[in-house]
Ligand binder design. Structure first.
Ligand code: IPE
Ligand code: IPE
Ligand code: MG
Length: 238
C-alpha cells in the first residue's frame, strides 16, 4: 500500500476548531490560536517530508473581521510574529511563501512584512506555502472579474477572451495547480468561502480533530482516504 500511495500535489486546509479547543481546556480562545500557529509550522514540515508540493492554509477569512476586536488583534499579531520569524526557517527549508487574499485591508507593517517574505522566498524551489489572510473566495473572484473587465474596457482583450484560464490567471492562486485534497478540521462540514473556484474537483475530507491537535498521522490519514477515492472528473472509469 505504502509503495503505491499517491501523494496529492496540492493540499488545502481549513484550519478550524482553535477556539473550541481552548474553551474545552478553560482557556481563552486566543490560546487556541497560538497553539494552532505551532501546528501550522509542524504540518508544513510534515507535508514537505511527505512530498506534498503545495500546502495552502486558511488563516483569516473576510468574514473573520466580525469577531470581537481583541480576537482579531490577537490573530493579526500572531500573523505578524509569523512573518517576522519564519524567513530564516523558510530559507533553511527552501519554502516559497505566498499570501492569498486582499492585503490592502491589513495594517501597513504587515503588508510590508508579507511583501518582503514573498520577495525573499520567491526563488526557493521547495514546497509552495500559501497562507490565506483576509481571504474570501467570492472576493477573490470579484477582484479577478474586475481586472478582466478593465482589460475589456481599455480594449486590450475581447469579451470572448474571458476564458476559464484567464480567470484562473487572475486569481490569487495564479500559477498554482488546483488543490487535489481539501481538509477541514474541527468537525464542521462546510467550505466557508474558501477556494470555491479552485476546488471544483478537489476531494473533500472532514475530520473532528481540532486544528491545535492535528498531527502528521492525521494528515497521513487524510492522504490515505484520498487514495481510496476514485477521481472521475465527470468521465467514466476505465
Ligand atoms: C479557526 O478556529 C481559526 C480561525 C478562523 C481564525 P476558530 O477560531 O474558528 O475555532 P472555533 O471554530 O471557534 O472552535
Ligand atoms: C473558516 O473558519 C475560516 C478559517 C479557518 C480561517 P470559521 O470558523 O471562520 O468558519 P465558520 O464560521 O465556521 O463558517
Ligand atoms: Mg471556526
Amino acid at each position: 500500500m505504502d509503495k503505491e500511495r499517491r501523494i496529492p500535489v496540492h493540499v488545502a486546509i481549513i484550519m478550524d476548531g482553535n477556539g473550541r479547543w481552548a474553551k474545552r481546556r478553560g482557556l481563552p480562545r486566543t490560546v487556541g490560536h497560538t497553539q494552532g500557529a505551532r501546528t501550522v509550522e509542524q504540518i508544513l514540515e510534515d507535508a514537505d517530508h511527505m512530498g506534498i508540493r503545495y500546502l495552502t492554509v486558511y488563516a483569516f477569512s473576510t468574514e473573520n473581521w466580525s469577531r470581537p476586536d481583541t480576537e482579531v488583534k490577537a490573530l493579526m499579531n500572531l500573523l505578524r510574529t509569523y512573518m517576522k520569524t519564519s524567513l530564516a526557517k523558510c530559507a533553511r527549508n527552501n519554502v516559497r511563501i505566498r499570501v492569498l487574499g486582499d492585503k490592502s485591508r491589513l495594517d501597513k507593517d504587515l503588508q510590508v512584512a508579507i511583501a518582503n517574505l514573498e520577495r525573499d522566498t520567491a526563488s526557493n524551489t521547495g514546497i509552495g506555502f500559501q497562507i490565506a489572510i483576509n481571504y474570501g473566495s467570492r472576493d477573490e473572484i470579484v477582484r479577478a472579474l474586475r481586472s478582466a473587465a478593465e482589460k475589456v474596457a481599455d480594449g486590450s482583450i475581447q469579451p470572448s477572451e474571458i476564458t476559464e484560464s484567464l480567470i484562473s490567471d487572475n486569481l490569487d492562486t495564479r500559477g498554482i495547480p488546483d488543490p487535489d485534497l481539501l481538509i477541514r478540521t474541527g468537525g464542521e462540514q462546510r467550505i466557508s468561502n474558501f477556494l470555491l473556484w479552485q476546488t471544483a474537483y478537489a476531494e473533500l475530507y472532514f475530520c473532528d480533530t481540532a486544528w491545535p491537535d492535528f498531527k502528521k498521522e492525521d494528515l497521513e490519514k487524510a492522504v490515505d482516504a484520498y487514495n481510496n477515492r476514485e477521481r472521475r472528473y465527470g468521465g467514466l472509469i476505465s
